[in-house]
Design a binder for this molecule. Structure first.
Ligand SMILES: [Zn+2]
Length: 229
């Protein structure tokens, strides 16, 4: 019998690859998407399309946290989204696109949905290799939150623990793309640009890392980009 799993789905490349991995494993997917005032709200439409692609729109929960999360260039009007940074700059320090407590909030709410559903796992598309700057994407954080689940839920205390699945955590963007293409992940429906423009800007950190992944995988990203200026 298929296990129930919650997949935190932003509509970007990584979370959509998690959808593909959970689908390939034959799991019963419950996608969970958050609106948090992100400037790139167009990714919500991508999340809807990806959920529809996998035939799980009826179970897709979209939670509006607008006004709760802030303090990031992704959410605050007075903070500019960095563009044109080198990959070395992207990898150094905690970027201004860090959203305070985002994955702590997302995992907490995913857990609140997962436990009564009887779900066995929560899929989260975090990835450290190309994105070491976000503290809430690191293995240490995931291990710590797993402890929170084990100690702070009935399921955990009774030994029916809910696992946090992070299948992409140690993969490069190129490896993620290769795996996703192999699994038939609909990357043409996904969206990653922090600026929220269509076509995507091609110069923000998210666009650059995504393009690098496709390039290194020897593939062409199927979504449109603005011409380089
Ligand atoms: Zn962009």
């Amino acid at each position: 019998m298929a296990a129930r799993v919650v997949v935190v789905l932003s509509g970007g490349m990584d979370s959509s690859t998690c959808m593909g991995i959970a689908h390939a494993a034959g799991q019963e997917i419950f996608p969970l998407t958050f609106i948090y005032g992100q400037k790139h709200a167009v990714e919500l439409e991508a999340a809807r399309k990806v959920a529809a692609h996998y035939g799980v729109s009826g179970r897709h929960k979209i939670v509006d946290l607008t006004g709760l999360l802030s303090g990031s260039a992704l959410t605050d009007a007075d903070k500019d989204i960095p563009v044109g940074r080198s990959l070395a700059e992207i990898g150094a320090g905690i970027p201004i696109t860090y959203v305070p407590a985002r994955n702590i909030v997302f995992l907490s709410l995913a857990l609140a949905w997962a436990e009564p559903l009887g779900a066995e796992a929560i899929y989260l598309g975090v990835n450290v290799l190309d994105y070491s700057g976000y503290p809430d994407c690191r293995p240490d954080f995931i291990r710590a939150f797993q402890e929170v689940i084990n100690k702070g839920t009935a399921a955990g205390v009774e030994g029916r623990g809910i696992r946090i699945e992070t299948p992409l955590i140690n993969l490069s963007k190129a490896e993620i793309v290769r795996k996703g293409v192999e699994l038939g992940v609909p990357y043409h429906l996904t969206y990653s640009c922090y600026n929220g423009t269509v076509p995507s800007c091609g110069t923000c950190d998210a666009c650059q890392l995504r393009l690098k992944g496709f390039h290194e995988a020897g593939l062409v990203d199927p979504i449109p980009y603005a011409p380089a200026s």
